[in-house]
Design a protein around this ligand. Sequence first.
Ligand code: EPU
Length: 416
Amino acid sequence: MDKIKVIGKQTLSGKIYISGSKNSVVSLLPAAILSDECVIEKVPHISDVDNLEEILRFLNVKFSLESGVIHIDSTQMVNKSITEEYSTKLRASYYFMGALLGRFKRVEISLPGGCNIGARSFDFHLKGFEKLGAKVMVKDNLYIIEADKLEGAVIDLPFPSVGATVNIILAAVLASGKTIINNAASEPEIGNLIQFLNSMGAKIKGVNTNKLEIIGVSQLHGGKVRVIPDRIEAGTYILAGVMNGNNLEICDVMPEHLTSFFEVLDKMGARYKIDGDKVITNKSLHLKPVNIETAVYPGFATDLQQPITTLLLQAEGVSVLRETIYENRFQNTKYLNEMGANIEVLGDTIKVYGPTSLRGKLVRTSDLRAGAALVLAALSAEGETTITDIKHLLRGYSDLIKKLTNVGAKIWLIDE
Ligand code: EPU
């Protein structure tokens, strides 16, 4: 069951409830092992969570998931080498570097996986660990990171990397003394992690800023957190509503996390209304073309770059979109062009010539957000689209088919 079929041009109306954020929960789960018992609420139903569960169980952590609430008990945890079999299933497996180093002062782990959207090096993470006093050794693809003692340090990140900020926080909370992270990432998901760790007794200041101060503590106690709503999932369904909605309501959103996205929708003349934690969307005609450049938070999120490209196809004129975070995040354009789009790729920039009408086709999901872009295209296209390799989509969109079917989309899994 690695394919979906979509019959396009259905009107979408009703309510879609946004799940907990993928990029939050994937750091909260490794963070949970820093104390003995933790509770995580509003957990999305995505395969990245299943893959982290496998790693936790492999490390002898007790894990239960019921109605979106995870209970974790790591009192009997064993620090084992995390082999490729586990690590390559997702990017965030590398958050066990920071978490295990923090808890046991030693970790052995193979390379992470994740979407093939660029080089995605993690040198800043490793340099951060070294600054805290750890030694990093690499044998083939196995990373061995260990320290007699972790000591607080001042770490200047060359770029506000989300992953490096998370990993350094995880290693530093149990270090002795003070760690400062300058040029830290300030994405809302980092705020969610800090909230969780502080609920366990960590001392982290500077939430939502680019300078974090972590005062190491000797031990953490049990903690609890609710995963924040997934701003990228919300953005994706808002786009579906702007293309095909009739009062389609996207519920449980934190609109303050989507400011740059709404600015672009406003420039385009999209029809939507924010009402508390709801965004009400309607099919929008005569959209204007725009220029977009992706940036770190609070700029326009790279994770919404591919989904919004599908909306740009409907604008009346040429839109220009520059991707500044990843080198290889335009793999959706090939398939969109096969569906009838006219997109030119020029290095880190694409030119989208609109408006275009799309036709259903056989297309392939190359990575998570490319998959979202193709689902949006299929919902707007004439006829039937088959999307293959949807395992990428299932990594990050909770109950995608159910949510869309509930609001009138014709979309189903196929068994061929
Ligand atoms: N970078 C380095 N060295 C490092 C770390 C990063 O050169 O040590 C570069 C990367 O190669 C990339 C850029 O810095 O070009 C940004 O990387 P960052 O570390 O900020 O991203 P990430 O932690 O790998 C997370 C999300 C991504 C999201 C980015 C940016 C998770 C698990 N992943 O990735 O989410 O695009 O932040 O917001 O949180 C997605 O959800 O589709 C996704 C890819």
